[in-house]
Design a protein around this ligand. Sequence first.
Ligand code: GDP
Length: 197
Amino acid sequence: TNYQKARYLASAPNVRNAPQDVGFEVAFAGRSNAGKSSAINAITQQKSLARVSKTPGRTRMLNFFRLDDQRRLVDLPGYGYAEVPEAIQKNWREALERYFSERRSLRGVFLVMDIRHPLTSFDRLMIEWCRHWDLPLHIALTKADKLGRSAALQALRTVEAELKTIEGLEISLQIFSALKRVGLEEAWAVLDRWLGL
Ligand code: GDP
């Protein structure tokens, strides 16, 4: 696929220092430990592309991966633990809010949730921002291999039922497993659509 071509491009603490805002971009969001890096690696069929986002000094950055001159994937900083100091949370929030509101090439948000712990307060904030800035949202419920097939489908339906009640939100959902490579075709189809491929 096209996604195998993904290469690290740049890291930026905020949208002002980001690569040129041209073409198409899809942002990956997820609470720490949700499985976002593993999802990015599975989608790009690379062992450690998203490792760059975990190197010291880059965990709070927007990390950009290039597909071609006009297309990028962006790994957004995740957070989710009480140990994150309040001042950092505030910076994180402001940087992300500016990215969501100002980034013209941003075509959609790919939100990764642990299927066993969906809709955390982090996830709800991302969902609210997508609604507010009119950004299409795709949710991948990952680590589905940790549940049986019917429990995974049940989790999908529960999340879907709750989100359907939110007006003005363009949303799609899927089951995913980086470990078992479940849901790659569905994920690629969404990215293709958003990236104009
Ligand atoms: P991130 O902090 O959101 O980037 O999460 P990681 O991708 O680093 O994953 C967090 C933990 O969950 C790691 O121990 C991964 O091995 C594990 N993990 C991630 N994806 C899957 C999956 O699809 N299945 C299972 N069983 N474990 C996963």
